[in-house]
Unconditional design. Structure first.
Length: 292
């Protein structure tokens, strides 16, 4: 009997066939030693989560992200696009309206500064349907209705009341449409934020389903969500700027209306305070008939 050191172990053997036995034992021991770590690796591979694969969109342009977006996010983007179109439409239409009105009032004020009576002013501005012509018509009509009155102060108060109401009505008419800008400027960022929250929520749901935190898998969804915020800001910022611009322009327009109203009231007061004390009823009737 003898012994061999086989793979680090002392094994007894008989001298006959010692070489073959030793080789066989060494191979068997090597197989056993390798089987243990391989089985452990197989178990770890079975327990590891399956990493899902996602088909990323090839087109990450704004149009491509819109096409691949969630239906709710698409609806938000479409609504914000319409809001932006409405903003610029109101800007174009209202800018033309305010500029034309300011030019008309300035021209009428130039003419009004040269007339000496209400009747003359009505005749000079008879063809214009503007604000100053309306002031003159109101003053002339009140003087005609009060021709039998002997209290000039009462007539002045009634004329001032008419002019004030006309001025307020013209200002309200000029403000029409600007409330749309205020609404868009106040709500568009929150609408865009809603689309962003919805899109990011869907992206996190995708992370949960795919069992992966790989940013490349969820980046397109997050980009689509952030696109809604960008659209909201793109609609809100011009709306706020244009609304403030219109507020300044309309304030200037109302100041010109106030100047015209004061000028017409001065003309009527001058006529009523004349020493002759006679109401120019004939000239007023003729001027009003010409204007009509």
């Amino acid at each position: 009997m003898g012994s061999w050191t086989v793979c680090g172990r002392m094994l007894p053997f008989r001298r006959e066939g010692a070489g073959a036995i030793g080789a066989s034992l060494c191979v068997a021991a090597a197989i056993v030693l390798l089987a243990v770590p391989l089985s452990a690796l197989a178990q770890e591979a079975a327990d590891a989560p399956v990493i899902g694969t996602a088909t990323l969109p090839r087109d990450l342009s704004p149009w491509g992200m819109y096409l691949n977006a969630d239906p709710i996010v698409k609806a938000v983007l479409i609504g914000l696009a319409f809001a932006s179109v409405a903003t610029w439409t109101v800007w174009l239409a209202k800018s033309i309206e305010i500029l034309v009105a300011n030019r008309r009032v300035r021209a009428a004020l130039t003419i009004l500064a040269r007339v000496r009576s209400t009747a003359e002013g009505v005749e000079r501005l008879a063809r214009g349907p503007g604000e100053v012509s309306e002031f003159l018509h109101a003053a002339a009509a009140e003087q005609q209705l009060s021709e039998d009155s002997s209290a000039p102060e009462g007539i002045k108060e009634r004329i001032a009341s008419r002019l004030e109401r006309i001025e307020a009505a013209r200002a309200r008419r000029m403000l029409r449409g600007t409330s749309v800008l205020a609404t868009i400027g106040a709500t568009a960022p929150f609408v865009g934020l809603f689309g962003t929250v919805w899109g990011i929520m869907n992206s996190f749901i995708g992370i949960s389903k795919s069992h992966t935190t790989n940013l490349a898998v969820v980046a397109p969804g997050i980009a689509e969500a952030l696109l809604a915020t960008a659209f909201g800001l793109a609609a809100a910022i011009p709306a706020v700027v244009i609304y403030n611009m219109f507020a300044r322009w309309i304030a200037g327009y109302r100041a010109q209306l106030g100047d015209a109203s004061a000028e017409v009231l001065r003309l009527a007061s001058r006529e009523l305070d004349q020493p002759a004390a006679g109401m120019p009823a004939t000239s007023l009737r003729r001027a009003l008939s010409i204007a009509e």
